[in-house]
Design a protein around this ligand. Structure first.
Ligand code: CP
Ligand code: NVA
Length: 301
């Protein structure tokens, strides 16, 4: 390996590294972090898919750490006209100190990391969303204390965010139950990896039994960026909607989480996402703090 500190997926890092990134992020949040540790450094953000939170939190976070940001939209740079990911990686590495990319195909992320000589950060692919999970673990622990040994239940599509939850469950040592329709189960490779690592992961189609006694109930959009067959997804996922009845099966102090953007009345009802157990705004804020931990880990000398 090159020794370059890429942040591509949670399964590539040990618990100690991930914990230390979270501690650094929390220190920044509490105003106890080092002053401008990334002064003079430049981060490029590449977006081949839309974003609100990822774009703004990385941009603000980098600036708060003393650095600069350049944003490239996929269709306004040569990547969108067929320049290879490898060539893009080689060129950008001559100008900047780190690259964050949001893209569809995880092979593009892997290529970027292979050919870049500066750290690459995964800002979401069709397969995973590790930065989201750093924020989510931080948020859980701020509200309910250590996540180790607790039970989180994922309801709905076994998508990219679900995969990062699976990897987080192993690394942060909590139980994860995924309630998904048969046609939309989480990635087999992620489940196999997690079980090989001794993770406490359960997969079921029975959402009611999964949610019983949960410490945290999580869901996500029924139609992720790039998904088709929206109508059939809606039909399959309707029984997995998080509403007051379903939340009533969880522990009385259970949290509700959602990475956002949300679709009220689809994967979650308004009374739940806008209600007292929802911590979705804290999750969104913690993207900023957790990612400052990631940026400092990747780029600090
Ligand atoms: N949760 C998340 O990644 O949001 P954006 O798509 O707005 O970046
Ligand atoms: N699963 C969603 C997450 C958005 C942040 C998507 O990929 O569109």
């Amino acid at each position: 390996m090159s020794g370059i500190k890429h942040f591509l997926d949670l399964d590539q890092h040990d618990t100690q590294t991930l914990r230390s990134i979270l501690d650094t992020g929390l220190a920044f949040k509490q105003g106890k972090g080092e002053e401008e540790p990334l002064k003079g450094k430049t981060l490029v953000l590449i977006f081949e898919k839309p974003s609100t939170r990822t774009r703004v939190s990385f941009e603000v976070g980098m600036q708060e750490l003393g650095g600069r940001v350049i944003v490239l939209e996929g269709d306004s740079c040569q990547l969108g006209r067929g320049e290879t990911v490898a060539d893009t990686a080689r060129v950008l590495s001559r100008y900047v100190d780190a690259i964050m990319i949001r893209t569809d195909d995880p092979a593009k992320l892997a290529d970027l990391a292979q050919y870049s000589t500066v750290p690459v950060i995964n800002g979401l692919t069709d397969d995973s969303h590790p930065c989201q999970l750093m924020a989510d673990v931080m948020t859980f622990e701020e509200h309910l204390g250590p996540i180790a040994g607790r039970t989180v239940v994922w309801c709905g599509d076994g998508n990219n965010v679900a995969t990062s939850w699976i990897q987080a469950a192993v690394r942060f040592n909590f139980s994860l139950k995924l309630a998904c329709p048969d046609q939309l189960m989480p990635a087999a490779g992620a489940l196999e990896w997690a079980r090989g690592e001794g993770g406490d992961i359960t997969v079921t189609t029975d959402v009611d039994s999964a949610v019983k006694d949960a410490d945290c109930v999580v869901t996500d959009t029924w139609v992720s960026m790039g998904d088709d067959a929206a109508e059939s997804r809606h039909n399959l996922l309707a029984p997995y909607r998080v509403d007051a009845r379903l939340m009533g099966l969880a522990r009385p102090d259970a949290l509700f989480m959602h990475c956002l953007p949300a679709h009220r009345g689809e994967e979650v009802t308004a009374d739940i996402i806008d209600g007292p157990r929802s911590v979705v705004w804290d999750e969104a804020e913690n993207r900023l703090h957790a990612q400052k931990g990631v940026l400092a880990w990747c780029m600090r000398n």
